[in-house]
Design a protein around this ligand. Structure first.
Ligand code: TEU
Ligand code: CA
Length: 554
């Protein structure tokens, strides 16, 4: 594997709407982000991924873009964006934007022109089909519920949207669409961006001709995934995109890739892969059900370990995964991966180490470094997210009571991760002086950045130490490139592995409240990180406290 500039970095995802509001309108913005660059630099962050901040009707919170060459006035101005890139650069940091090109907004001028003249140039920017009474072109169910087809306003046609109806799919088969995408990427890279996170990209290749599949729910529709399984040839688009854009700039690109087959890993992230990296979603998709969130199976510590190791094995040293505990589409990782009732600073630190020390590029989602938790939503009226509103209805339709459906929402809602960043114990967690667009998690008085910055034992201080270890001259090579091998896999509720390069490190986490022991095969030279003040070790036997985690040099 060829070494790349970004391999030894640490990345951080910002959800701009909820990060920091500089002008009191209740919406986070770019000047707010600029004011927090020193906070991120202090933590040890090098790469910052911004979820979309382009002009957007915000039907899907910015993942519906109406102008790819601008900044939404709610988030700031183009000058703010240029200043952000420059200020980041001054601090040795890189900015990534979100590339959302499976679809645009129905308020984008391409779509408006397609409505005006569906048989003209812009009609071919989308998937349009003649409207037939009582029959949809295909029976696919959109990711956000309901059929993927809606009427093209003012015409006798329908258009395809695999996400929300305000997110019409772009027709990647049309070379003119691809040219527009490459032109836009290069325009931003010229501005000095470090690269892109690439949204929902596996959806760009449709199986042609479009047709229906076996229904998988009583609504008579089928998951878009049935079609994606059959779609071949996405590589031609992705390879072309790489060659025409990222490659020329040595830019970083991380793909939101799902369901890749083991034999496709080299194509995606090998030495000349389509992307620099792709996210490991093996843990987040665990237990998913075609029926919906209400039917999902919770993940246990042993499942979590298995998912991480599977992904590591699949990729090996072919390329570099991007490892996450959570993102803006997922509940908070500490609430999901730590058994209920066991969530504590100790267990949060354990989860941090187990994920962070995996081979790959660690991505921290805003607030994760503080151990931010899921939000107790008291009613569905407190929810903004379209996906959650759909899943709530799906649960009700399946016969769950409103109370049960709300419990599911509390567990899986994307809004768990989207509440304002908790900066301090002041009003609205110090996020805004106005009224926040989404409710603040009531636990902000105890979980916030200001208090954790002063506390050497806080979750944030622990993250900072973990990041410093990845960057230390002595251990960098091993933490970044070391081969990973699982340890003591037969032990229940224990996740442990070695990382080997010029040095050998052991990462050991006791994933339960009860103590348990491990026997080292050789003596340990040094304890590099420990989430407890003490270590119970006799000869080569270590008795681990509940949720104790250790990084040892062997
Ligand atoms: O998500 C794509 C994705 O595949 C979805 O399955 C997502 O995991 C699901 O909506 C969760 O409920 C990306 C973005 O990350 C997401 O925020 C957007 O809503 C979506 O694309 C459409 O752009
Ligand atoms: Ca604002």
């Amino acid at each position: 594997m060829t070494k790349k500039w970004w391999h030894d970095k640490v990345a951080y995802q910002i959800y701009p709407k909820s990060f920091c509001d500089s002008n009191g309108d209740g919406i986070g913005d770019l000047p707010g982000i600029i004011s927090k660059l020193d906070y991120l630099k202090d933590l040890g962050v090098d790469i910052i991924w911004l979820s979309p901040c382009y002009p957007s009707p915000l039907a899907d919170q910015g993942y519906d873009i109406s102008d790819y060459y601008n900044i939404d006035p709610r988030f700031g101005t183009m000058e703010d964006m240029e200043r952000l890139i420059a200020e980041a650069k001054k601090r040795g940091m890189y900015i990534l934007m979100d590339l959302v090109v499976n679809h645009c907004s129905d308020e984008h001028e391409w779509f408006k022109k397609a409505c005006e003249d569906p048989d003209g140039k812009y009609g071919n920017f989308f998937y349009l089909r003649d409207k037939k009474e009582g029959k949809l072109p295909t029976n696919w169910r959109s990711y956000f519920g309901g059929p993927v087809w809606d009427d093209l306003p003012g015409t006798d046609k329908q258009y395809l949207h695999v996400f929300h109806k305000k997110q019409p799919d772009l027709n990647w088969e049309n070379p003119e669409v691809r040219e527009e995408v490459y032109k836009n990427i290069n325009w931003w890279l010229e501005k000095g961006l470090g690269g892109f996170r690439i949204d929902a990209i596996i959806n760009i290749k449709k199986a042609l001709p479009l047709h229906s599949y076996e229904p998988d729910r009583e609504d008579g529709l089928c998951s878009v995934k049935a079609m994606l399984k059959e779609a071949k040839g996405i590589g031609e688009f992705l390879g072309e995109m790489r060659d025409r854009t990222f490659k020329k700039y040595d830019a970083f690109s991380v793909g939101e890739v799902f369901d890749e087959k083991p034999e496709e890993v080299p194509d995606f992230i090998g030495d000349n892969g389509y992307f620099s990296s792709m996210f490991d979603f093996n843990e987040t998709i665990f237990g998913q059900s075609e029926k919906g969130w209400y039917d999902a199976k919770p993940i246990t510590p042993d499942d979590y370990r298995k998912c991480c190791f599977e992904a590591q094995k699949k990729v090996g040293d072919i390329g570099f995964l991007s490892n996450i505990i959570e993102n803006h589409d997922e509940p908070r990782g500490v609430s999901r991966y730590i058994p209920e009732g066991d969530v504590s600073d100790q267990s949060k630190k354990m989860l941090a180490v187990l994920n962070f020390m995996l081979r790959g590029l660690p991505f921290i989602y805003q607030g994760q470094e503080l151990g931010m938790e899921n939000v107790p939503f008291a009613s569905i009226d407190e929810i903004d997210d379209i996906s959650t509103l759909d899943e709530y209805q799906v649960a009700l339709d399946a016969g769950l009571s409103p109370e049960e459906a709300l419990r599911i929402v509390n567990k899986y809602s994307r809004d768990n991760a989207r509440t304002p960043m908790q900066w301090s114990d002041e009003a609205n967690a110090g996020f805004t002086t106005g009224t926040p667009w989404l409710k603040v998690n009531p636990n902000y008085k105890t979980i916030n950045a200001a208090s954790q910055l002063q506390d050497p034992d806080s979750v944030r201080s622990f993250y900072k130490a973990l990041i410093a270890l990845r960057k230390s001259p002595e251990y960098k090579e091993t933490v970044v490139y070391g081969a990973l091998a699982p340890l003591w896999e037969e032990q229940h509720n224990l996740m442990a592995y070695s990382r080997k390069a010029d040095r050998t490190l052991y990462v050991i986490g006791n994933y339960q409240n009860e103590e348990q022991s491990v026997i080292l095969s050789s003596p340990c030279k040094k304890v590099l990180l420990n989430n407890y003040p003490d270590l119970q070790m006799e000869e080569n036997a270590i008795r681990l406290h509940g949720y104790q985690v250790l990084i040892l040099e062997m």
